[in-house]
Design a protein around this ligand. Structure first.
Ligand code: HEC
Length: 135
């Protein structure tokens, strides 16, 4: 009996973490799947893939900001907290191979700070960013 109780207690944090992951995934499906599909593969070239292509943007503040300021993200109906979670989930779930070791997860505060500054020309800004990152 005691052992069962101990096992149940030990399993709780894992169950909670799983519930969190399920909630975040549900928000991704709700807010992003329409354009980026269930697995993030999207419909290139119009809608860029979210798989193993995003790590490169994390090496500068501008690049981090870009991930929040693209219209599909910035204008999502998710609140700042939910959006930060979804972006972190997309990065760890679909971009694990390209994530820098120094990866610092997005916070609601960081999202709130930049999401109002929606990119008017995301493709042009992306090109500029990538040119800078390649320097
Ligand atoms: C209405 C369609 C649509 C929805 C919904 C949408 N996106 Fe996008 N997303 C795009 C398009 C199109 C682009 C290319 C930039 C542009 O033209 O806005 C893009 C670009 C991006 C990029 C930049 C990728 C790169 O390589 O440059 C990221 C990151 C992204 N979206 C994440 C998300 C996330 C996360 C969500 C959900 C919160 C989301 N998007 C919802 C259509 C969408």
């Amino acid at each position: 009996m005691r052992l069962v109780l101990l096992l149940a207690l030990a399993a709780t944090p894992i169950a909670t973490a799983q519930a969190d992951q399920d909630r975040v995934r549900a928000n991704y499906l709700l807010a992003c799947r329409g354009c980026h599909l269930v697995d993030g593969s999207s419909v290139p070239p119009e809608v860029p893939s979210l798989r193993d292509t995003l790590g490169q943007f994390l090496s500068s503040e501008e690049g981090r900001g870009y991930l929040v300021r693209v219209p599909g993200v910035a204008q999502s109906r998710l609140n700042d907290e939910e959006l930060a979670e979804v972006i972190n989930w997309v990065l760890t779930e679909f971009n694990a191979a390209s994530l820098p070791k120094s990866f610092r997860p997005f916070t609601a505060k960081e999202v709130a700070k930049v999401r109002g500054d929606i990119l008017a020309d995301p493709a042009g800004y992306r090109e500029e960013l990538l040119a800078k990152l390649a320097e």
